[in-house]
Ligand binder design. Structure first.
Ligand SMILES: [Zn+2]
Ligand SMILES: [Zn+2]
Ligand SMILES: [Zn+2]
Length: 158
C-alpha cells in the first residue's frame, strides 16, 4: 500500500504512448519489436502510415494491423500502479488516468473544453434563446436614462 502511494513520475513515464504522449489506453504490443501503444493510436497509425511500427518502423503482420495483441501485462500493471496526474499532480491509478483527465480542471485549462461539450452549448434551441435575450437587454439599457423619471412604467413594461 505504501509503495503505491509513493509518488514517482518515472513510473508514469513508462506507461506513456509514444504516439500521443499520454498514458496508454487499451495498450497493445507489436509482435516483432515489442513496442507498446494505445490501441487507438496504433490502429490510426496503421491506417495512415502503413504496415510499420509507428515507433521504429519495424514490421507489423497483416493480422496485427486490424487486431493488435493486447499488452495484458501492461494493462495489469496500470491497474495496480498509481501515478501523479501530470497536470494537477493528483495521485490516480494509471489505468484510470485518461478518465481522470475528463474531470481534471488543469487538463481542461490546458486543452480547453472538449468539442463535444461545445456542440451541446451551441444547439439551435439555445441560440434562439440567446438572440431573444440580447434584444431586451440592449433596449433596456437605452431606455434607462429616459425612463428614470418613471420607474413604475418600466416595471410594467417588463
Ligand atoms: Zn496513444
Ligand atoms: Zn517498434
Ligand atoms: Zn489531474
Amino acid at each position: 500500500m505504501a509503495e503505491a502511494a509513493t509518488s514517482s513520475p518515472d513510473q508514469t513515464e513508462n506507461y506513456l504512448c509514444p504516439v500521443c504522449q499520454e498514458i496508454l489506453q487499451t495498450p497493445v504490443r507489436t509482435q516483432y519489436c515489442q513496442h507498446v501503444f494505445c490501441r487507438k493510436c496504433f490502429l490510426m497509425a496503421m491506417k495512415s502510415g502503413g504496415a510499420y511500427c509507428p515507433l521504429c518502423r519495424g514490421p507489423v503482420c497483416k493480422r496485427e494491423r486490424s487486431t493488435p495483441d493486447r499488452a495484458s501485462d501492461i494493462d495489469f500493471e496500470m491497474r495496480r500502479l498509481s501515478g501523479g496526474c501530470m497536470y494537477c499532480r493528483k495521485q490516480v491509478k494509471l489505468y484510470y488516468m485518461k478518465l481522470h483527465y475528463k474531470s481534471c480542471r488543469k487538463y481542461q485549462e490546458e486543452y480547453g473544453i472538449s468539442p463535444k461539450n461545445q456542440t451541446i452549448q451551441i444547439s439551435p434551441a439555445n441560440r434562439t434563446d440567446r438572440c431573444n435575450l440580447q434584444v431586451p437587454t440592449v433596449l433596456r439599457r437605452e431606455l434607462e436614462p429616459t425612463e428614470l423619471a418613471g420607474p413604475l412604467q418600466q416595471n410594467a413594461l417588463l
